[in-house]
Design a protein around this ligand. Structure first.
Ligand SMILES: C[S@@+](CC[C@H](N)C(=O)[O-])C[C@H]1O[C@@H](n2cnc3c(N)ncnc32)[C@H](O)[C@@H]1O
Length: 231
């Protein structure tokens, strides 16, 4: 087995799913430019984390899946102190930036879709922003099911993706591409299939990586077996 990284977790080639490998190749290539172009694109998630911070008790464990450079999410989670923050990613280049940007958090080379992620323990909140949007529906559902299993019974799962009506090409950092469809109805249905109870699908006006206007969807959910917090 090829050892890709040493640390608390030993990531081996066997632990990386085909989707994780492909994502790592793309992210390793864009990591340097990402920090420069992403801030406008990431604006929408800041308010979502502000909202989460209000409900997390001191000492809460938070997982950021597909943490990228650690900014803004892990940095924002660590800013007030008192939270135990772990970021996972498949890209060594993104993780190197994250470790430099947010030394207070723990960053691990882990594929969220792989078996290794099951050893991370459980979390009061699992968040994932702009990480799942290129996955075909069954794999997207598997990723949400993984988040459901990593969240404590009364924990929160928050997932952000751009809304994709389908058919429309999207301008990325290295040319246009055709991402899979993901509407707000798709996100709600996929969450149900993954064993999550949807509290809300929040829609925020956002900006694409190359500056185009787009809607950003934020799923707020909890594991289906958890206590009802609505009332
Ligand atoms: C577009 S970036 C977003 C980064 C960050 N969440 C943000 O909001 O800026 C997507 C990140 O997800 C990571 N990623 C994609 N698939 C992954 C997987 N299966 N497991 C862990 N990380 C993954 C990529 O390596 C990349 O760093």
């Amino acid at each position: 087995m090829t050892c890709l990284r040493k640390g608390e977790f030993l990531m081996t080639a066997a632990d990386m799913t085909p989707y994780g490998k492909e994502a790592a190749q793309v992210a390793d290539r864009v990591a340097a430019r990402y920090a420069e172009v992403a801030p406008a694109h990431q604006d929408s998630q800041i308010a979502v984390i502000e909202r989460l911070l209000k409900r997390l008790p001191r000492g809460a464990r938070v997982l950021d899946a597909g943490c990228g450079t650690g900014r803004p999410t892990c940095a924002q989670l660590c800013a007030g102190g008192g939270l135990d923050v772990t970021g996972i990613d498949v890209s060594e280049a993104m993780l190197a930036a994250a470790r430099a940007n947010v030394p207070e958090a723990r960053f691990l080379l882990v594929d969220l879709l792989g078996e290794q992620a099951t050893g991370l323990g459980t979390f009061d909140a699992v968040v994932s922003f702009f990480c799942l949007m290129n996955l075909p529906e069954p794999v997207f559902v598997s990723a949400l099911a993984r988040f459901a299993s990593l969240a404590r019974p009364d924990g929160a799962v928050i997932v952000g993706v751009p809304e994709r009506p389908g058919e429309t090409p999207v301008e990325g950092l290295y040319g246009t591409y055709h991402p899979p469809r993901c509407t707000r109805q798709d996100l709600r249905r996929r969450a149900g299939l993954a064993g999550l109870t949807v509290e809300e699908i929040e829609v925020r006006p956002g900006t694409g990586i190359m500056g185009a206007e787009e809607d950003h969807l934020f799923l707020h959910a909890r594991p289906a077996s958890s206590p009802d917090r609505s009332g």
